[in-house]
Every structure is written in structure tokens, then in C-alpha cells.
Design a protein around this ligand. Structure first.
Ligand code: F6R
Length: 602
């Protein structure tokens, strides 16, 4: 995802920008750039690919004395990763960097083009700088021209603008995308998260939506719709690791809380009002495809299992799922009318990579769904869809699973669109449910507190059964995997209807059943399955929007009209349950024993 760094002061600006951008590298990007104004001198550099390319280009460039500077790492959303599309974007005498999406950029661009403005890039960001210069032509005051510019922007943005018309000032605005301002004596820093400025700034102010203003001579003036406002700076930690945890106890906890936000990024530019768009896939990509085979491991395999229900239901296409390590040695029958999809958080899992190579040798078209750009699996595939979860540090995967499941849901709908298997009405319902998902993923204090309290009753026993039906069966598998990874207790996921075919023999009060009971999917059926377990004295933790009398413990989820929204809400509950049990047991939540984040051996 894109990253922003800005600096106003006397220190070497190039190094501050490049080092800051390096700290944001983990978010993923495909190009980078910086712009500096020092006295009369204006310099700008851009490079595609890794930051080393930009470092190489700026090798002999050094800054001296007071100046203003902005830098950016770009993850392409509008337009391909090229130097022209990289930020900062230049007008005639101003530069801008921007994170987010300007939703009305086409309208603004058409308006500016009609007045003779020439656009160099395909980005939405370039409209900001041209709009600013157009306003500045008629209204000579720089700040009110900037203010008029941001008043026209719709969508999410965090943006910095510098201009030769006012070479000592950085202008900023934030709405919907994160940005903060760091302070140390007369130095002012800007960044899209605090890691780039740790060790440099000592105080920080986290901008709120709708705030904008400017920094000049070490002083920041802040405004919102009501006018100028005062603000209180807070001390900035000097500890990078704890800063990276943003105040959470564990990376896993932070990543669970982040899911609501990153889901917005996963959908950005892809989920439109009435259609799903994947710029990554050309129009003929699915030509001749009659079936899908998905290969993955662990958590990624669980998101694949979920998607099989969605592909068959929405896109009416046969979809088979295989564990990559099994697929490799079973001498599978492969035909070239099958699309081979791999799913991987890291993009480096050896079994998944080898399965992909096998499928390619058999002549299959391949698509990867991955969180890491330029990883081996992405490079090996014919096409890739990035999940945009941002780096996941907790070994137990959370936001990667959430974003994989979302991408797969979007892909099933996208194929349904192409294959004419979804009506306009269904498309609308699915899209509206997708857009509702970030809300369903918000972790409330109440929920977290309840799971914290309840977790003390689940620290013993001879095992956990997570049960569910339909898409809630893979979610049950994933819930059980999370719990066993970080609590080291035995947990299994089971299709609820299968319990009576054997596992129910284990039922007694020391067998904990975590029952996923959505109201949108086979509620009565799963209710009967849980009743059977309760009759055998199993301890039941029910997760459902509908109160359930036989539950020993109950987590009430919201009523939502779509199973996937219920799925994501219940996913959060299972993740927090595992986390709280693990914390009570004193385990290393982020680095559980015997596990590695990326499994590059078979
Ligand atoms: C579990 C987990 C693992 C991975 C598996 C595949 O929390 O993270 O089960 O899902 O090792 O890894 P990727 O997705 O990187 O291919």
C-alpha cells in the first residue's frame, strides 16, 4: 500500500525521505519518488521497483540548508506502475503526493482537460495538483487555493503539497487515509504511519478526518470545516517495535483490529457501485476456462475451501480444492480448461509453489492470490491479485485470511458477472454486503472484554470442536487452527452434520464445542446438531445472532442479511477467543512454538 513521508527543516532531506520510505516498505509498493524545494532549487526523482532504484538515482544528490520535501511509495491502483504514474505528481510549479482514492477524479480531470490542462499520468492524484494550480491562477493566496482544492475532493485521501509559489511551506490534508505530523524543535515531519519518524520526531499529532492546514517555520496551523483549531501533541515513543504494535500487546492483536481497515484497501478500486473490477486480469483471462482448481496450505487452504462454495454458487463453475502437499504427489489429472489458483500469504510456501510449477508444466493457466508482490508465487503465475493486507507479523494468520476470503468472494462474483450467472439484483446484494464487511469486522470493547472474561473457562479440557455448516465449516477449521497454533490445545474443525458419524463419542463436559450458528444459513440444522452435543453434556459456546438456551456460553453477533458478513463477524470472535486463551496460558502469541511465518521447505 502507498506510503507518505514529508519533512520541513534544515537536515539532509533526501536521507530523511528515503529512510522514512524504507520503514514503510513492508506495506508493499511498485514505485517511489521524492521532491525537494530548497531556496530556488527544485528537484524531483522517481523510480519504478524497489527503493534501491531510487537510492541509486539520487546517489549524487544532496540537500543543504532549510527546505521542504515530500516522498511517496506507490502501490498502483489507477494506472500501471510506471515512472509517470509514480508520485510526486507535478503541475507547472507544484508537487503532490497522495494516499487513498479520489472518487470524483474523472469528473475533475474532464473539467481541467476542457480548460486545456495536460495530464501526464493515469492517476487520480494528478488532478489534485492541477486543480490547485488552477485555483491559484485566479486566487493568488496559496492557502485558500489549497483549501478550495481539497473542498472539491471526494473519497479517501491523505495528501501533501509543496509549491514554488510558497517555497517554505508544506500543505497537508487528511480524510479517510491515515496521516500524522511529527515535531522536534523546528523540524516538522509528516508520515502515513509513525515508524518513519521514530527516532527523529519526539512529539506527534495524529490528524483526524477533515483536518488540513500547513507547516511553516516549524509551526503547524490546523483547520477543519469549522475553521482554525488548536491541537495537542503527544509524546512519540522511541521504541520502534512497540510503535509498530500501535499500542496493542501483540502483533496478532493489532492485526485482528486492523482487519476492518485493510478490507477497505482490499476492495479499493475493485468493488464499484454496480460491478467488480480487477485491473490485474485482462478481458480474455477466463476464456476457455471450464473449471477451477485451488491449491494452498494451512490458513490459505481454509480460505480456498470457503471460496469453493462461492465459485460454484455465484459463478456456476466447478471448483476443487487441494492441499498443496497432497496435490504434488497424487499424480493429478489436469486439463488445460482448468484455471489453477494458488493462495498464499507469503508467496513463498514451498508446497504451493511446487504445485503451481506442476500445473504450469501441465499447461494450465495460473492465477495467484497473494499478499506479497514480487514473491516467488506471484512471479511464477500468469496473473496475480494482491490481497493488500499489509505485512502480517503474527505467525498465526488473521488479516491475511480475511483479505484472501474477500478477494475470493470478489473473484467469484467477478466471474459470475463475466459468465452471466449472476443477475443485476444478486450483484447489487453481494456488493452491498461486501461494502458492509468492514463494519462487521470492527472489534468493540464489549466483545473483546467478553471474550477476555470468558476465556478463563477454556484453559483445560480434552479438546475443542469448532463446528459449522457450509462456508462456516471452513471457518470452523480456521477457528480450530488458530486456537491450536497459539494455545497448544487440541482443537478440530468439523462439519456440524458429521459429528454424529463418529466424533460425538468424545462428547462430555470436558469437550468444548464452539458452535458457529449463523441465522442466514441452515440455522435449524446446526441447532439440532448442537442440541445432540448438549444432550451428551458437551460444554457449548454458541456464536450466533439468535439466543440459544442450551448454550453454556453465548456470544451474540449482529443480525446481518448476508452469510459472508456473518462469516467475517464470527471469524473475529474465533480469532479473539484464541488470542485471549493463549494470553491466559502465558504463551508467545506472536511467535508460537515450532512455527514459522513462511514455510519454504516441503
Ligand atoms: C496459520 C498459518 C499457516 C499458513 C500456511 C501457508 O495461521 O499462517 O497455516 O497459512 O503456512 O502459508 P502461506 O499462506 O504463506 O502460503
Amino acid at each position: 500500500m502507498c506510503g507518505i513521508v514529508g519533512y520541513l527543516g534544515k537536515n539532509e532531506k533526501k536521507e530523511i525521505l528515503l529512510d522514512g520510505l524504507q520503514e514503510l516498505e513492508y506495506r508493499g509498493y511498485d514505485s517511489a519518488g521524492i521532491a525537494v524545494i530548497e531556496g530556488e532549487k527544485l528537484n524531483q526523482f522517481k523510480a519504478i521497483g524497489k527503493l534501491e532504484n531510487l537510492r541509486e538515482k539520487t546517489k549524487s544528490y544532496h540537500t543543504e540548508g532549510f527546505g521542504i520535501s515530500i516522498g511517496h511509495t506507490r502501490w498502483a491502483t489507477h494506472g500501471k506502475p510506471t515512472e509517470l504514474n509514480a508520485h510526486p505528481h507535478l503541475g507547472a510549479y507544484s508537487y503532490v503526493v497522495h494516499n487513498g482514492i479520489i472518487e470524483n477524479y474523472q469528473e475533475l480531470k474532464a473539467e481541467l482537460q476542457a480548460e486545456g490542462v495536460n495530464f501526464l499520468s493515469q492517476t487520480d492524484t494528478e488532478t489534485i495538483v492541477h486543480l490547485f494550480e488552477k485555483n491559484h491562477k485566479t486566487n493568488k493566496d496559496v492557502f485558500s487555493s489549497f483549501e478550495a482544492t481539497i473542498n472539491r475532493l471526494e473519497g479517501a485521501y491523505a495528501t501533501l503539497l509543496i509549491t514554488e509559489a510558497d517555497a517554505e511551506t508544506i500543505y497537508f490534508a487528511k480524510n479517510g487515509s491515515p496521516m500524522l505530523i511529527g515535531f522536534h524543535s523546528d523540524d516538522v515531519y509528516f508520515a502515513s504511519s509513525d515508524t518513519p519518524i521514530i527516532g527523529k520526531a519526539t512529539e506527534v499529532y495524529y490528524l483526524e478526518d477533515g483536518e488540513y492546514g500547513y507547516a511553516r517555520e516549524g509551526v503547524v496551523k490546523l483547520f477543519n470545516a469549522e475553521g482554525e483549531k488548536s491541537f495537542t501533541k503527544q509524546a512519540l515513543t522511541a521504541d520502534k517495535i512497540s510503535a509498530q504494535k500501535d499500542g496493542y500487546r501483540f502483533f496478532m492483536e493489532k492485526e485482528i483490529y486492523e482487519q476492518s481497515r485493510v478490507m477497505g484497501e482490499t476492495m479499493m478500486g475493485r468493488v464499484l457501485d454496480d460491478s467488480i473490477v480487477f485491473d490485474e486480469l485482462d478481458e480474455t483471462f477466463f476464456k476457455g476456462i471450464k473449471a477451477i482448481k485451488i491449491c494452498a496450505c494451512g490458513t490459505s487452504y481454509h480460505s480456498a475451501l470457503t471460496s469453493a462454495y462461492l465459485f460454484e454458487r455465484l459463478a456456476k463453475i466447478r471448483c476443487d480444492i487441494e492441499i498443496a502437499s497432497e496435490f504434488r504427489y497424487k499424480e493429478p489429472l489436469l486439463t488445460d480448461d482448468t484455471l489453477f489458483i494458488t493462495i498464499s500469504q507469503s508467496g513463498e510456501t514451498a508446497d504451493t509453489l511446487e504445485a503451481l510449477k506442476m500445473a504450469k508444466r501441465a499447461g494450465l493457466k495460473s492465477l495467484s492470490i497473494c499478499n506479497v508482490d514480487n514473491s516467488s508465487i506471484v512471479r511464477e503465475s500468469d496473473a496475480a491479485i494482491l490481497t493488500r493486507a499489509g505485512i502480517e507479523k503474527g505467525v498465526a494468520s488473521t488479516k491475511a485470511f480475511a483479505t484472501q476470503s474477500m478477494v475470493l468472494w470478489m473473484l467469484a462474483l467477478y466471474m459470475g458477472q463475466q459468465r452471466n450467472t449472476v443477475s443485476k439484483k444478486v450483484l447489487k446484494t453481494e456488493i452491498s454486503a461486501m461494502l458492509h464487511t468492514p463494519k462487521a469486522l470492527i472489534v468493540t470493547d464489549e466483545l473483546h472484554e467478553k471474550l477476555h472474561r470468558l476465556s478463563k473457562r477454556y484453559l483445560h479440557g480434552h479438546g475443542f470442536f469448532f463446528i459449522g455448516r457450509d462456508i462456516f465449516f471452513p471457518l470452523a477449521l480456521e477457528g480450530a487452527l488458530k486456537l491450536k497454533e497459539i494455545s497448544y490445545m487440541h482443537a478440530e474443525g468439523y462439519p456440524a452434520g458429521e459429528m454424529k458419524h463418529g466424533p460425538i463419542a468424545l462428547a462430555d463436559s470436558e469437550l468444548f464445542t464452539i458452535a458457529l450458528m449463523p441465522h442466514t444459513m441452515h440455522y435449524d440444522k446446526i441447532k439440532s446438531n448442537v442440541e445432540e452435543l448438549s444432550a451428551r453434556d458437551a460444554t457449548i459456546l454458541a456464536i450466533s445472532p439468535l439466543p440459544f438456551d442450551l448454550a453454556d456460553d453465548f456470544i451474540q453477533t449482529k443480525y446481518s442479511s448476508h452469510p459472508m458478513v456473518e462469516f467475517f463477524e464470527m471469524m473475529v470472535v474465533t480469532q479473539l477467543l484464541a488470542l485471549e486463551i493463549s494470553v491466559r496460558l502465558g504463551n508467545d502469541v506472536d511467535m508460537p512454538r515450532n512455527l514459522a511465518k513462511s514455510v519454504t521447505v516441503e
